[in-house]
Design a protein around this ligand. Structure first.
Ligand code: FE2
Length: 257
């Protein structure tokens, strides 16, 4: 029966990201098939060197750089970049950063229209559509680098165990650089035992979760012993249902081919 397994699974070699597992359990872990070698990938991953410090951090033990973009993923497969890079979560959803509008630096046009991001988005959207039914989605796309300096640790998600107020959330690992920690855990709502726990190490290793029925957390990172600063690069994609595409803000009617 769906939802009744309670086995904590740890996989070290992820297989393909499977829509049937996602549909049955509300989460899935696996790899996308987009190549993570060659100049296209290297150019894409280098976008994480161009992120800017998160201006909304306060006393939290967290150092991170980021950018944010929005894309309307049409049910026919078309991807339409949206104007505007503001992001809002309620205080109830995000106790650390909710209750205020956050406006992040946007993703660059080169990244949005380059060869990698559209492929990544299409593959992730296809998994969600296969599990949830083909529909229009507003995607929030977060490029995030969490940095830990020598002698320090850094929390990727200072809000702790949480959900983000979306329908689904995909967490893609892009790269790790001489850092330890960063363990992801997935929990069903109101359950203390984790359904899944993993330290993602492979580029495009991915977790996808139902954000309405599950919560997630990620542990702090720290530099590996004897090294300089360490960091962990992720791309997080929020899926929000779009009942009426005409009402989505920032429509551009320009499509990524
Ligand atoms: Fe989250």
């Amino acid at each position: 029966m769906p939802g009744q397994d309670s086995v904590l699974i740890e996989e070290s070699i992820p297989g393909r990201l499977r829509a049937d597992h996602f549909a049955q359990h509300g989460w899935a872990h696996g790899r996308l098939s987009v190549p993570t070698e060659g100049s296209d990938w290297e150019q894409f991953a280098s976008a994480w060197d161009e992120l800017v410090p998160d201006p909304y951090l306060g006393e939290e033990r967290c150092r991170r750089n980021r950018r944010f973009g929005r894309v309307l993923a049409h049910r026919d497969g078309a991807l339409e970049p949206l104007r505007g890079s503001d992001f809002f979560q309620s205080k109830e959803i995000n106790r650390a950063f909710g209750g205020r509008l956050r406006v992040f630096e946007p993703l660059t046009d080169a990244v949005l229209t380059g060869p990698c991001l559209p492929r990544l988005l299409r593959e992730t959207v296809a998994v969600v559509n296969e599990a949830a039914g083909k529909q229009d989605w507003e995607l929030g796309i977060h490029f995030i680098r969490v940095i830990a300096d020598p002698g320090e640790s850094s929390e990727p998600a200072p809000e702790g165990r949480h959900s983000d107020g979306h329908a689904y959330v995909a967490i893609h690992l892009i790269d790790r650089h001489q850092c330890a920690g960063g363990r992801n855990q997935l929990f069903r709502n109101n359950e203390s035992r984790a359904q899944f726990s993993v330290v993602m190490t492979e580029p495009l290793e991915t977790l996808i979760v139902s954000d309405t029925t599950m919560e997630h957390s990620v542990s702090e990172i720290r530099p590996e012993a004897g090294t300089g600063s360490g960091w962990r690069d992720t791309m997080i994609v929020d899926f929000n249902r779009v009942p009426v595409p005409e009402e989505v803000t920032g429509r551009t009617y320009g499509f990524i081919r």
